[in-house]
Design a protein around this ligand. Sequence first.
Ligand SMILES: Nc1nc2c(c(=O)[nH]1)N[C@H]1C(S)=C(S)[C@@H](COP(=O)(O)O)O[C@H]1N2
Ligand SMILES: [Mo]
Length: 208
Amino acid sequence: MPLWRPGRKVQAERSTDRLPPGQRKVGGWPVLHEGDAPAFDPETWRLRIVGAVARPVELDWTALQALPAFETVQDFHCVTTWSRFDNRWRGVSVRTLLDLAGPLPEARHVLLHSYDGLGYTTNLSLADFARPENLVATHHDGAPLTVEHGGPVRFVVHHLYAWKSCKWLSTIELLPEDRRGYWEQRGYHNHADPWREERYSYQEDDAD
Ligand SMILES: Nc1nc2c(c(=O)[nH]1)N[C@H]1C(S)=C(S)[C@@H](COP(=O)(O)O)O[C@H]1N2
Ligand SMILES: [Mo]
């Protein structure tokens, strides 16, 4: 049985299903961040995986690019209500990175750190971080990530609002306890599921 037949408007129906409540689809790609986009120095930049791990990881730019490539096409939902569909991301799977580091049994949470001047951070559970479609991205729609979009290396999580997708990534910190990041300390939701419209911290219950 074919997945679609002409005249069934499958595309339109699918688009509606893909738009979380309170969101609108945009054509371009907005740039959104606090502070200034930082300069990147390939000589000194490192991706570190630290904290509750068996083997702390330190990768330089060359070593990161030598890891197996991972690609995925996903939608991206910003809490300010824009959604961008069908982003083709390429980079390194979080599974590859977690295999290198070996999370300890007590690791339950992740705090991501940016190398921007602001010291932007964002937190998510290890379960949300480790979803198989998540990655540390270096490319978007076939081109190297531009600096305004977090290039050359950012984190991308698709099933949570986009502020969890830390631009200019430097450190992945695994923690036994939850520690709130930049926006999570400033009134935004700790979990941030766009399908449940988890926008603000006052909506949280104990499970978050
Ligand atoms: N380091 C850092 N990462 C960040 C932010 C930021 O301010 N600093 N903003 C977040 C927010 S709110 C969004 S919507 C996305 C935007 O990514 P884009 O500018 O590539 O669209 O980046 C997220 N990652
Ligand atoms: Mo955002």
